[in-house]
Every structure is written in structure tokens, then in C-alpha cells.
Design a protein around this ligand. Structure first.
Ligand code: ADP
Ligand code: 5GP
Length: 212
């Protein structure tokens, strides 16, 4: 068990990564960066899928050397590349950040991020804790949210239930390490029910309620 607290409100914490500001950023003509992290199986992808339905929100598509899962599509879920190709892209300076996770490389492309910010879009980065630290150094005004599962047993069930994850034990071990970083994020949201978690994040962003 890592969270015995209620799930009604996201906890506001002064971000050690995100510099001084702990207030929600005001909506401006320039877009905003939203970082979402959390352990594997906490529900990041499901939450981002819901947030993306808002026309003012766009999700960054990462580049990875991990092989695609059965339902995943090139260019929608990730850009799947070889390690050689990934390293070439690092040298060309294409990434805002990149990190190694569970034996594979993952990176965020700079160009689409800059474009979205110019367009006034909320640009959503679903990245790990290492990547979040790198982005917050470059963009300290970014809003950072850590997604927590209600409890450890539920996390294991969600990882298993997803696609018979072969590296379940590995991912659970990483999860326990990642959760130690939760209070470095400006907000923590417990994904008990998906609807509630999404609504909390929409409130943080100042987006209209998705209901009605
Ligand atoms: P992550 O992207 O953090 O690895 P996913 O969004 O892929 O997590 O969710 C992992 C699994 O848990 C999926 O099968 C998803 O449908 C399920 N899931 C996500 N949120 C919830 C929730 N609130 N309650 C129950 N199951 C959930
Ligand atoms: P998965 O293999 O489950 O899709 O993702 C594994 C981890 O990598 C998750 O924590 C996910 O948020 C993270 N991740 C996905 N894309 C990126 C990225 O571009 N950069 C970083 N640093 N992490 C990423």
C-alpha cells in the first residue's frame, strides 16, 4: 500500500522540480505543457486518451525502441524505431528529453512541441520521471501531474490485465521506485475511477467539465 489517503482531491505540493510556482498557470495565448507521469499500469494512457478528446489538448507522440504491443499503431501510439535510428536522432538534437526505461529508449520530439505551444494548444507529455525532470529544467512553468493507482495490488492487476505483460515483476519494481518521485510533481491524482481522475485533471487545467 502506498496511498491510504482519500481520493477526492489532488494533493497540491510545492514542486521541487518545477521551480517556485505552485499555482495553476493561467490560460494564455501561448500553449501550455502538461507532464503526466506514473507507474506502468496506473492508467496514464487511458487518462490521456480521455483528455485528448478536448480539441484544445494534443498528446505528444514519443519515439521508442520498444516493440509495439498488439493494439498499438505506428504514428498514433508511438514512432517505433531501432536503437541505431534513435541514437541518430539524439545526435541530430531532435529530442527535448529522452530516457531509458525497462531496457528501451523513449524520447519526446521538440518540433511538434514548439508548434503546439505556438498554436496555443495544451501539449500533453506522457513520460517517465527521468524525462519529467529534464523537461521541467527546460520548461519550469510546465504543469506536472503524477498518477497513482489506488493501491499496489490493483496496479499489478492492471498491468497483468492489459496484455499479459512479460516483464510484470520488472515493471512493478520500477513502479515502487517511481512512486518515490510522486511528491516532486505539482499535483498527484489517484486513478481510482477513470472518470473521477480525468475530471480532476480537467479542473486543474481549467477545462470545462466533460459532462453535459
Ligand atoms: P499506463 O499507461 O499507466 O501503463 P493504462 O492506461 O494502459 O496504464 O492502464 C492499464 C490497464 O488498467 C488498462 O487495461 C486500463 O484499461 C486499466 N485501467 C486504467 N484506469 C483504470 C481504472 N480507473 N480502473 C480500472 N482499470 C483501469
Ligand atoms: P510503455 O512502454 O508502458 O508505453 O511506457 C513505459 C514508460 O515510458 C512510461 O512511464 C511512459 O510514460 C514512459 N514514456 C513514454 N514516452 C516517453 C518519452 O518520450 N520520454 C520518456 N522519458 N518517457 C516516456
Amino acid at each position: 500500500m502506498w496511498n491510504k489517503q482519500g481520493t477526492n482531491h489532488p494533493t497540491r505540493v510545492q514542486s521541487a522540480l518545477g521551480g517556485k510556482g505552485s499555482k495553476v498557470q493561467t490560460v494564455s495565448s501561448r500553449g501550455r505543457l502538461l507532464i503526466i507521469s506514473g507507474p506502468s499500469g496506473s492508467g496514464k494512457t487511458s487518462i490521456c486518451g480521455e483528455l485528448e478528446k478536448d480539441p484544445g489538448v494534443r498528446k505528444s507522440i514519443s519515439v521508442t525502441t520498444r516493440p509495439p504491443r498488439p493494439q498499438e499503431q505506428e504514428g498514433r501510439d508511438y514512432y517505433f524505431v531501432s536503437e541505431e535510428e534513435f541514437k541518430k536522432r539524439i545526435e541530430r538534437g531532435e529530442f527535448v528529453e529522452y530516457a531509458s526505461y525497462s531496457g528501451h529508449l523513449y524520447g519526446t520530439l521538440l518540433e511538434p512541441l514548439e508548434k503546439a505551444i505556438k498554436e496555443g494548444i495544451i501539449y500533453l507529455l506522457e513520460i517517465d520521471v527521468q524525462g519529467a525532470q529534464q523537461v521541467l529544467k527546460k520548461f519550469p512553468e510546465a504543469i506536472s501531474i503524477f498518477i497513482l493507482p489506488p493501491h499496489e495490488e490493483e496496479l499489478a492487476m492492471r498491468i497483468k490485465g492489459r496484455n499479459l505483460q512479460p516483464d510484470l515483476q520488472g515493471r512493478l519494481a520500477i513502479a515502487k521506485e517511481e512512486i518515490k518521485f510522486a511528491n516532486k510533481y505539482r499535483y498527484q491524482v489517484v486513478n481510482d475511477t477513470l472518470e473521477k481522475a480525468v475530471e480532476e485533471i480537467r479542473q486543474i487545467l481549467g477545462l470545462a467539465s466533460s459532462e453535459g
